[in-house]
Design a protein around this ligand. Structure first.
Ligand SMILES: Nc1ncnc2c1ncn2[C@@H]1O[C@H](COP(=O)(O)OP(=O)(O)O)[C@@H](O)[C@H]1O
Ligand SMILES: [Mg+2]
Length: 235
């Protein structure tokens, strides 16, 4: 479904991503691991169209999409949940969800059905439907941004550090939801610093180090061959 080759991302003189190549097959859950600053978010943002890479190729369903706008990427079926977890704080939970369906304005019935599906999957969001999103806890906001991304009916979900800064019990729930979404047929590229937990649910993994893909393989092999502690430390 997704094929990235020779990706280069630069911020002025900083080469954040250096010739990274990776692929995600239909229905796969693939983890992209690495220490802080390794280039994970830059890779994800390039795929989502949120920044323009200096070089490389990004193919979605075989079609070159490098340089495509984020909105068009959503229309093509690839939605990103950025690590910044940016809800619209003054809008209600329900309004935030509706905005996630911006690509489907003519489909009120389908949008309502999907909203219902998301509220069933995230009961805490149903309880807080009429509450401003800014009043939610960090874990609830993470659930909301995932649910909001799902409102565009993506085939590929790009998740950037969904566990960041959350308490262990909440992290468990977020990971359980990722597994559930995947079971429902979604293809997922999961960026995580929380390597052990990501490897426990992923099919395959890539390890980034200083902008390059340093290792890749089946999740179990990466877990066995990699010093996971070193991933956090950047070694
Ligand atoms: N907007 C930016 N401007 C300048 N440098 C940036 C910017 N965003 C990221 N970087 C740099 O690019 C490198 C990779 O960052 P990032 O992709 O955010 O890594 P990760 O998500 O793995 O922590 C880091 O050295 C970081 O400091
Ligand atoms: Mg990041």
């Amino acid at each position: 479904m997704l094929e990235v080759a020779g990706l280069e991302v630069r911020y002025g003189a900083v080469r954040a991503v250096r010739g990274a190549s990776l692929a995600v097959g239909d229905g796969e859950l693939v983890a992209l691991l690495g220490a802080n600053g390794a280039g994970k978010s830059s890779t994800l943002r390039a795929i989502a169209g949120a920044l323009r890479p200096a070089a490389g190729s990004i193919r979605l369903d075989g079609q070159e999409v490098l340089g495509t706008s984020p909105e068009r990427m959503v229309r093509l079926g690839a939605a990103m949940v950025p690590e910044t977890r940016d809800v619209f704080p003054d809008l209600t939970v329900g309004e935030n969800l509706r905005l996630g369906a911006f690509t489907r304005r003519g489909d009120a019935q389908g949008v309502a059905a999907d909203r219902e599906r998301m509220l069933a999957m995230f009961p805490v969001l149903r309880e807080r439907q009429d509450q401003p999103a800014g009043t939610l806890s960090g874990g609830e906001q993470q659930m909301l941004v995932i649910a909001r991304a799902m409102m565009s009916r993506p085939r590929l979900l790009l998740l950037d550090e969904p566990s960041l800064g959350l308490a262990p019990t909440i992290v468990q729930r977020i990971f359980a939801m990722i597994v559930e979404l995947r079971r429902a047929g979604l293809t997922i590229l999961l960026v995580e610093q929380n390597a052990a937990q990501a490897l426990a649910i992923a099919d395959r993994a890539y390890v980034m180090r200083q902008g390059e893909i340093a290792a890749s393989g089946p999740a179990a092999e990466i877990a066995a061959a990699t010093d996971l502690q070193q991933l956090y430390l950047g070694g």
